[in-house]
Design a protein around this ligand. Structure first.
Ligand code: NAG
Ligand code: NAG
Ligand code: NAG
Ligand code: NAG
Ligand code: NAG
Ligand code: NAG
Ligand code: NAG
Length: 896
């Protein structure tokens, strides 16, 4: 007992003083490695989140196996994954940030601590870095009692990271990069099925449903011990789990060999006793730290691991035209820069200090901003929500796109633009691609964290809508029934949720344009100089950290606005068509798919918001006739709405016209607050009325979403609705504390956004990106600041115009001055700190890993795709899609 208390003291002293952001907070769900739809590992379960006695699960709650053992002076403890053959290590503490979950575990009695920190980097201004499909596990050991101890740490994954089905055959290889100081264990399903998820029969609907596991791609588990380190890393690839663990427990090391009996099933169970596992290939590392004393330098007692799920190609996408549709195979963004996943992994392992620093900077800013708009606990809510937004997204390299004025992500390596789009999988509720009403809820997150991501997410929708392959007038609900097949809904006649999606698309388009004053594009040399000057001149811009410039001379907020403007300009006819649809249909909406009922006021608000958005888009693009026209329509609709939608006792807005007992959570009003700063559509009296109303229908976990369905509410809409009201208001605090209460309690096994308002149970809808909607208060703040900044910059740029005429007139001298200012500023940038220290981007250019000239391809992976199987599936695809060919032009599969 005494020793424990002592250890607690030692630990407290040994770790840095706790920042307010890092208070002990055990959230509803603990993310470990969360990076893509196929890499999402969490601690889930009602027990409190003890890494030693719990085993990480995939986001669907199916098991993954990630195990760890710690050996201290020859005695073995289990630090991760509930290996009950060894005593469980003590879970001394858990820290949690937006990007990282860090555990400290010790032996018992505690003499040595293991700090295990799981970092899924959050660098939302840097799309390229954000979407590298790997996650870090950083291990550090520490002597707690002042004595030297012999310490080894072991960790292991298995084939369940590739598929749920234990009888799938897997194969593997060990890739040793001695010179670069890392080893990678690569595993994959023997039978690769491109773009295919596994399906199983669901007992309830009795239908085949996806397991959400993809039968394509590689899982990598890799370890790096950088140069001056004395840590000895050994591995085992494909050995049986029990034997591998025992070897470690006995000797403190592994033999560094790959077992060549392959392929083998993920698990083989005894036929007479199904709980007995006879064979299970695992991929394991052991780190021998030698004798660890308080004097041992950090580099000699740490090791870095990475885990990833890698596919190439990523998504099948419908393009072309009504006459000649074409299916493209879209490749991952990283493929624009790295030849192979190995090269990418090598860079990723090098990038750890930068990724960590950027993630920490994001986290600090997030908590500081959360405290400004709300409180510390709101900080926890948005932090816990962050990683899973990115889990739903995958960026693709838009090889046919151009960088001229186009939609791009910026390479942190070359600092050059890469044409890109970002794809979304509708996690959990179903596997639809690019669902408009799933992107919409996390708009606040996009505005706050990642404005360039918004146009990149909308682009695949606009493009498909422009092909003419989709028949209905309003936008499609999604781009395909199941990710990663964005094959569209060609020849489809009746849209689902037409008013919803038309209103959403218009509001999303305007939000992107108004997030900042757009940067100028395309950049000719003299424009670049002007732009640099612009960024040097303005003191209001953030100067450092996660929001530092992307690319050369660019601020990611202004870049986001630039792309959104270019996009709205290009697809203006579509936007106008959708606005016309709203004009014809949204004042008296008919039955809609969701919550079938006519005259739902929530949809009317969406329609009015969409029409007013159209007017503002037209204004920004100089289409003044359209501006005036749609402004007129939106005002006319508003007046009628106010006649029809207010209850006769003037206590609240109805849920449906003519039904006095109906009401809903009017989250759609959030658009009004978000987009029309200082010139709201709806009068203050409406907001005041709703502010008085929600407390009268609130339950412990918030008001129900709709008076017709009193047993359901949604966490994203709680946050949206809260943000309609000023900080001190009753409704806002009731709604925000309901959200915080849900996040704080531990009775739910999982985090879901659909909950029971009375009890706070999670009901379906796991791990969805709509959790980004919890950023609503921050999103509103961003848009208010942006509005102020636009006003200010407009004034400034008017007065600077005259000044520039003079400077440019002075020719060389003026230009020299600008370049000097730029160089000065460039040195002050710190967003990519560390990168320069490990070799300037320029210095790496010629090196083998970086692609410069020709289309790279992941040779190994594509060559070993089973040709026969793919011919068959191509044939099936041709039959299904009516005989046209897939575009194979270096973008699709190479079956040689
Ligand atoms: C850990 O394993 C033991 C023994 O197999 C089991 O009883 C217990 O439920 C497991 N714990 C968790 C959290 O799964
Ligand atoms: C560690 O686990 C125990 C047992 O599950 C639990 O009581 C304790 O609160 C946990 N400690 C931390 C810091 O999570
Ligand atoms: C994608 O399409 C292919 C070809 O039609 C099909 O085999 C595969 O099952 C689809 N993937 C999913 C996840 O439905
Ligand atoms: C490889 O694994 C198989 C199955 O577990 C085992 O029978 C065999 O002995 C292993 N080979 C080596 C060299 O360890
Ligand atoms: C089945 O195997 C499990 C795990 O090895 C063991 O604990 C259990 O006793 C076995 N049951 C029987 C009936 O043999
Ligand atoms: C919708 O509301 C309007 C106005 O009250 C009414 O005239 C119309 O009949 C309603 N539509 C339906 C389908 O109930
Ligand atoms: C009116 O609203 C109440 C509460 O939502 C609902 O129970 C009822 O069915 C509605 N009536 C009609 C006619 O739709």
């Amino acid at each position: 007992m005494l020793l424990r208390a002592l250890t607690a003291l030692v630990l407290a002293a040994a770790t840095a003083p706790a920042l307010p952001d890092e208070t002990d907070y055990t959230p509803i769900v603990v993310p470990l490695a969360v990076r893509s739809p196929y890499l999402g590992a969490y601690l889930t379960g009602r027990q409190d989140k003890n890494l030693a006695t719990m085993d990480p699960h995939f986001w669907t709650t199916m098991p993954l196996s990630w195990k760890g053992l710690l050996r201290v002076d020859g005695e073995t403890w289990n630090w991760m994954g509930n290996l009950t053959d060894w005593p469980a290590a003590i879970n001394a503490s858990v820290r949690h940030t937006a990007a990282e979950t860090a555990f400290t575990l010790t032996n018992d009695p505690p003499t040595v601590a293991l700090h295990a920190s799981f970092l899924s980097p959050v660098t939302p201004a840097d799309i390229f870095r954000q979407f590298v499909p790997f996650s870090y596990l950083h291990l550090t050991v520490e002597s707690l009692d002042g004595q030297p101890h012999e310490v080894e740490a072991y960790s292991e994954i298995n084939g369940l990271w590739l598929a749920d089905e234990e009888d799938e055959q897997i194969e593997w290889e060990a890739v040793e990069r001695t010179q670069e100081g890392w080893t990678g264990l690569r595993s994959r399903l023997r039978n690769q099925r491109v773009f295919t998820e596994a399906y199983k029969k669901d007992p309830f609907p009795g239908e085949m449903v996806s397991t959400d596991r993809i039968l394509q791609g590689d899982v990598w588990y890799a370890a790096k011990t950088p140069a001056p380190s004395t840590v000895r890393t050994t591995f085992s690839a494909g050995g049986d789990a029990m034997e591998t663990r025992r070897a470690f427990a006995q000797t403190g090391g592994l033999l560094s060999i790959g077992n060549s009996t392959l392929p083998r099933p993920i698990r083989t169970r005894s036929s007479s006793n199904s709980s007995q596992i006879l064979d299970e290939p695992v991929f394991a590392f052991s780190h021998s730290f030698g004798r660890v004393s308080p004097l041992t330098p950090l580099s000699h007692r740490s090791a870095l691991l990475a885990i990833g799920h890698v596919r190439d190609p990523l998504v099948r996408y419908m393009a072309g035209s009504a006459e000649s549709p074409r299916l493209l195979h879209l490749r991952p963004l990283w493929a624009s820069t790295f030849h192979t996943a190995e090269h990418l992994l090598s860079w990723f392992l090098d990038d750890y200090p930068t990724a960590k620093e950027m993630s920490d900077a994001y986290n600090s800013k997030l908590y500081a901003d959360a405290r400004t708009v709300e409180d510390q606990e709101y900080g926890h809510v948005v932090a816990v929500s962050t990683r899973q937004v990115f889990m739903a997204l995958e960026p693709v390299w838009d090889e046919s796109g151009s960088t001229e004025a186009g939609l791009v992500a910026w390479s942190p390596i070359t600092r050059e633009p890469i044409p890109a789009m970002v794809m979304l999988k509708e996690i959990s509720s179903n596997g639809n691609v690019q669902t408009v009403d799933v992107i919409t809820p996390f708009l606040p997150f996009l505005l706050y964290s990642s404005p360039t991501l918004l146009p990149l997410l909308l682009e695949p929708i606009y493009r498909y809508m422009s092909t003419g392959l989709y028949m209905p007038t309003p936008p499609a609900h999604d781009l395909g029934d199941h990710y990663p097949n964005a094959t569209g809904h060609n020849d489809f006649l009746y849209p689902g949720l037409p008013i919803e999606e038309a209103g959403n698309m218009l509001a999303l388009a305007l939000a992107g344009m108004r997030v900042s004053r757009p940067s100028t594009a395309p950049l000719a040399v003299h424009q670049r100089l002007l732009h640099w000057w612009d960024s040097v001149g303005s003191d209001a811009r953030p100067q450092a950290g996660w929001e530092a410039e992307v690319g050369v001379g660019r601020d990611h907020r202004r870049e986001g606005a630039r792309m959104a403007w270019a996009q709205a300009r290009e697809y203006y006819p579509l936007l106008k068509r959708w606005a016309q649809y709203l004009e014809e249909n949204s004042l008296f909406p008919g039955n809609q798919l969701f919550g079938a009922a006519p005259n739902q006021t929530s949809l009317v608000i969406k329609g009015i918001v969409g029409l007013r958005s159209m007017s503002e888009i037209a204004h920004d693009l100089g289409e003044y006739a359209d501006r005036d026209y749609f402004r007129g329509v939106s005002e006319r609709f508003r007046e009628q709405f106010l006649q029809l939608a207010v209850s006769t006792d003037k206590s609240h807005l109805l849920g449906q016209y003519n039904n006095q007992s109906s009401w809903v959570m009017h989250y759609n009003l959030y658009f009004d607050r978000l987009l029309f700063t200082n010139d709201y559509i709806f009068p203050e009296s409406i907001y005041e009325m709703q502010d008085r109303f929600y407390p009268t229908v609130a339950e412990p976990f918030g008001p129900p979403l709709d008076s017709r369905f009193k047993t359901r509410t949604k966490t994203d809409w709680l946050a949206w609705t809260a943000s309609l009201f000023p900080r001190s208001s009753q409704s806002r605090s009731i709604l925000h504390s309901a959200l915080a209460r849900y996040f704080r309690q531990s009775k739910n096994a999982v985090f879901g956004d659909s909950i029971t308002p009375q009890e706070g149970w999670s009901v379906g809808f796991l791990s969805r990106p709509v959790a980004g909607g919890h950023y609503a208060a921050l999103g509103r703040e961003v848009m208010e600041r942006a509005w102020e900044q636009r006003q200010r910059e407009q004034r400034e740029s008017e007065s600077r115009g005259a000044f520039w005429a003079t400077v440019l007139g002075a020719g060389g001298a003026g230009t020299g001055f600008v370049v000097w200012r730029w160089l000065k500023r460039r040195n002050a940038r710190s967003g990519y700190v560390g990168l320069a220290g490990r070799g300037e981007p320029g210095g790496r250019r010629g090196s083998e890993g970086i692609w410069l000239a020709e289309s790279p391809r992941s040779v190994f992976e594509l060559d070993s795709v089973d040709g026969d199987d793919d011919d068959r599936s191509d044939e099936a695809e041709r039959r299904r899609t009516g005989g046209f060919n897939e575009d194979d032009d270096g973008k699709g599969l190479d079956l040689r």
